[in-house]
Design a protein around this ligand. Structure first.
Ligand code: GDP
Ligand code: K
Ligand code: MG
Length: 293
């Protein structure tokens, strides 16, 4: 038996959350085309060839501006320290940006074992991949490298095979059927937040946090979830509710569908929107989303 931790590290939008979901086979970590969608460390658990692979998704690494940002970037680096293997994800279309060069510099100082994963190969000219791999290997001691598409799954099995063979001998740390360490009520809040990322624009998604107030199983087996969407400004509340409540209805409907899929149960979701100035620097709110101990 083998078991070990793998950190997924990279710039915002490299595809870390998409890759984690693909490897686990469930939507555990929320995904959007916007940077900083992932705020917390999400553990995805995969059993592959008798190895329990513990994948740590992390917020992307970027320059912090507010307390929430600092907590996110710190969470990402903590992931690296705890890992047996760190996979550095790079969007192969974008290549070696300034942002990536900074991450590489910092990885050099913090990580012992680094595997390179070039992602989004479904969108890139194949001739670009080898030179990019070579350029990165001259900057950083890379043990192994992979080329994948987290979106369509190509190359993902090779990465899983390699991890399954490589991780240390030892007992599994989680029950065999667990997919994540996150409680269902936190997953529910995250799926609502994902819809806000997908359905609103500009600064709105960044000003929002979601908390599950209650999560109850009904006698018929369905689940009733009550969640609050906190915004930091009054005019954001109106935008999220939308004209005649259209926006909030759409957010509710889509989140409920995703929730039903993830929990494999019928879900009833009730959302309220509240204004709470400065939630993104409040300890209690950061704690509720898993970013403060
Ligand atoms: P993260 O910020 O690193 O967690 O990145 P996400 O997983 O949230 O993905 C960012 C965006 O890239 C989303 O719109 C994804 O659908 C997209 N994406 C992720 N992986 C791939 C891939 O392999 N191919 C393509 N074409 N898009 C991808
Ligand atoms: K993202
Ligand atoms: Mg992410």
């Amino acid at each position: 038996m083998r078991c070990g931790f793998v950190a997924l590290i990279g710039a915002p939008n490299a595809g870390k959350s998409t890759l984690l979901n693909k490897m686990v086979g469930a939507k555990l970590s929320i995904v959007s085309p916007k940077a900083q969608t992932t705020r917390m460390r999400v553990l995805g658990i995969v059993v592959h060839q008798q190895t329990q692979i513990l994948l740590m998704d992390t917020p992307g690494i970027f320059k912090p501006k507010r307390k929430l940002d600092e907590a996110m970037v710190a969470a990402a680096w903590t992931g690296v320290v705890d890992a047996d293997v760190t996979t550095l994800l790079i969007d192969a279309n974008i290549g070696l940006t300034e942002e990536n060069l900074k991450i590489i510099q910092q990885l050099k100082e913090t990580s012992r074992r680094i595997w390179l994963v070039l992602n989004k190969i479904d969108k890139v000219i194949p001739q670009k991949l080898l030179p990019l791999t070579e350029a990165i290997t001259t900057l950083l001691p890379i043990e192994r490298s992979f080329m994948v598409s987290a979106r369509n799954g190509s190359g993902v099995d090779d990465l899983l095979d390699a991890l399954a063979e490589d991780l240390p001998e030892g007992p599994w740390l989680y029950p065999e059927d667990d997919l994540t360490n996150l409680p269902d009520r936190l997953l529910a809040a995250e799926l609502v937040r994902e819809q806000i990322f997908l359905q609103t624009h500009e600064e709105i998604p960044y000003s929002v946090t979601v908390e599950t107030e209650s999560f109850k199983e009904r006698p018929d087996g369905s689940i009733r979830i009550d969640a609050t969407i906190y915004v930091s400004r009054a005019n954001h509340k109106a935008i999220i509710i939308g004209d005649k409540g259209q926006k909030i209805r759409l957010i509710g409907e889509r989140s409920r569908k995703e929730l039903g899929r993830l929990l494999e149960r019928q879900c009833h979701l009730f959302l309220v929107v509240k204004e709470r100035k400065g939630w993104d620097s409040e300890k209690a709110r950061l704690k509720a989303i898993g970013l403060e101990d």
